[in-house]
Design a protein around this ligand. Structure first.
Ligand code: ADP
Ligand code: MG
Length: 248
């Protein structure tokens, strides 16, 4: 089956059709269509307040849509509970439990879901290995560096083996050097897991280096979408040019 935009349904990662969002009288998202392929690293960029987080939260199910449809894979999830969508979100504030060890922070959602103990241990150890946290599993968050804490937050998403990872400016609390390092780690993680990822940032360097496909948001619409170099070389309007285009 084909979904109109050219991507076969079985290749579909996340699909938005006519999505709108208002808060009271304020229209934040006016009409967004998007096709993100399975396994693709998609990045939403745009100025502060343009609705990047709102859009991501609608994909996660943390915010209702005012109108439109959202598919994850072949399933329509527009009215599904967040827990049923097969997504996991990583926030800018790591939101770790300070009284729990790194292991227990990563195990938390699996324990809630009453997964068998052996499975919990295996999944946490696998995630820890990917994130180089194996030697830190018994520590408390307060004993970790900022980068390690952010990796624990990512580990909490990995153990759930989601179809789609959602990142909301996960590196913006880190210093510049660590941001560069974590950027490389995220790229490595994407390669290792092969999962669909949607990543929100207002940092154009992050967008250019991480994305398979960039969506430039402004004024409630997607101004342009495409591969980073295509947007850079051939921005469709002055806004896109100013944001990521080449300075010609
Ligand atoms: P971004 O992530 O791009 O900075 P947001 O999605 O956080 O933007 O916000 C987009 C707009 O929607 C902003 O004007 C913000 O104030 C508003 N907004 C976001 N969430 C709510 C809410 N729960 N209630 C009212 N307004 C909101
Ligand atoms: Mg935001």
């Amino acid at each position: 089956m084909n979904m109109g935009g050219g991507t076969a349904m079985e290749d579909m990662g996340v699909h938005l059709q006519g999505v709108q969002k208002s808060f009271g009288p304020m229209k934040v998202i006016r009409g967004v269509d998007m096709e993100i392929r399975r396994g693709e690293f998609a990045v939403f960029v745009g100025p502060s307040g343009c609705g990047k987080s709102t859009l991501l939260r609608m994909v996660a199910g943390l915010e209702d849509t005012t109108d439109g449809k959202i598919h994850i894979g072949e399933r329509e999830v527009t009215d599904e509970d967040p827990a049923d969508r097969g997504v996991a979100m990583v926030f800018q504030s790591y939101a770790l439990y300070p009284h729990l060890s790194v292991f227990e922070n990563m195990a938390f959602s699996l324990r809630l879901a009453k997964r068998p103990k052996a499975e919990v241990t295996k999944k946490v150890q696998e995630a820890a290995a990917i994130l180089q946290l194996t030697d830190h599993l018994e520590k408390k968050p307060s004993q970790l560096s900022g980068g390690q804490r952010q990796r624990v937050a990512i580990g909490r998403a990995i153990v759930r083996a989601p179809e789609v990872f959602l990142f909301d400016e996960p590196l913006s609390n880190l210093d510049a050097e660590l941001r560069v390092q974590m950027r490389l780690e995220l790229a490595r993680l994407h390669k290792a897991l092969g999962a669909t990822m949607i990543y929100v940032t207002h940092d154009q360097v992050e967008a250019m280096t991480l994305a398979d496909k960039i969506f430039v948001l402004q004024g409630g619409y997607v101004q342009q979408s495409g591969a980073p170099l295509d947007l850079y070389d051939d921005p469709s309007n002055r806004f896109v040019a100013g944001f990521i285009g080449s300075p010609s």
